[in-house]
Design a binder for this molecule. Structure first.
Ligand SMILES: [Zn+2]
Ligand SMILES: [Zn+2]
Length: 234
């Protein structure tokens, strides 16, 4: 969020006529909101920040993150205007040419996948999520269906997953099952475990490719390791 904010106010993506920033939050775990106090547009009086979340108390929670005990300036005190939109289950939001829909994922305290569609293109962001007998992967195929990019939780390898039942995360191989069966073009291995070094992440990537070649020999999903700052033309 910090890098994105800097790009939006001064980098290649800067456009002086853009003042609206629409921010969809999957959930409020720290690894997903920590960058918000450093999101540069929040400091500009002309900026309008529109937050969207399914979590009913999310305004309070975001303020709490910037309580004086944790951070010197409150979110409320920043000059930008802020609007907090609480999403209903299955609510579809239209913003300009973009349509955003959501689906609840299995994760401690809940997380939501978002699908962003525009001009026949579709990107799905689906983290943090665990697939179990109660929340089977197949139930998500319609939501992931036909994505140009599926950003998928691949935090663990199978050994780690086995020891971390109910932690709310998934593997690269499960991502392959989701991508192939949902006719996805690019699968982004996302949400790397903080304990995984580059070598480990590449091993998981190799394992995902071997798994796809073995189980789905005719599949052609492009598997990509997510990096900060990645960009895709659709
Ligand atoms: Zn989480
Ligand atoms: Zn997370």
């Amino acid at each position: 969020m910090r890098n994105l904010g800097n790009e939006l106010i001064s980098g290649r993506f800067f456009n002086s006529s853009i003042n609206d920033y629409n921010i969809f939050l999957s959930h409020l775990h720290l690894d997903h909101i920590n960058g918000l106090p450093f999101f540069s547009p929040v400091h500009f009086p002309t900026a309008r920040l529109n937050f969207y979340s399914h979590h009913k108390d999310f305004e309070k929670m975001l303020e709490l993150q910037q309580d004086f005990n944790f951070f010197p300036v409150s979110l409320k005190s920043r000059p930008s205007s802020k609007k907090f939109n609480i999403l209903k289950e299955d609510e579809v939001v239209s913003i300009g040419n973009f349509t955003v829909s959501s689906k609840k994922l299995n994760h401690p305290n809940g997380s939501y996948a978002f699908s962003v569609e525009s001009s026949g293109k579709k990107v799905v962001y689906a983290t943090d999520a665990e697939y179990t007998a109660g929340t089977v992967l197949e139930a998500f195929f319609p939501f992931y269906s036909g994505s140009d990019i599926l950003i998928f939780d691949t935090q663990y390898d199978f050994n780690e997953l086995a020891g971390r039942f109910s932690f709310g995360h998934s593997t690269a191989e499960i991502g392959v099952d989701a991508a192939v069966n949902s006719d996805v073009k690019k699968l982004l291995l996302f949400h790397h475990n903080h304990e995984s070094d580059d070598e480990k992440i590449y091993r998981m990537y190799d394992s995902a490719i071997k798994y796809m070649n073995y189980k789905y020999p005719s599949a052609s999903v492009e598997i990509i390791i997510a990096n900060e700052g990645m960009e895709f033309d659709l």
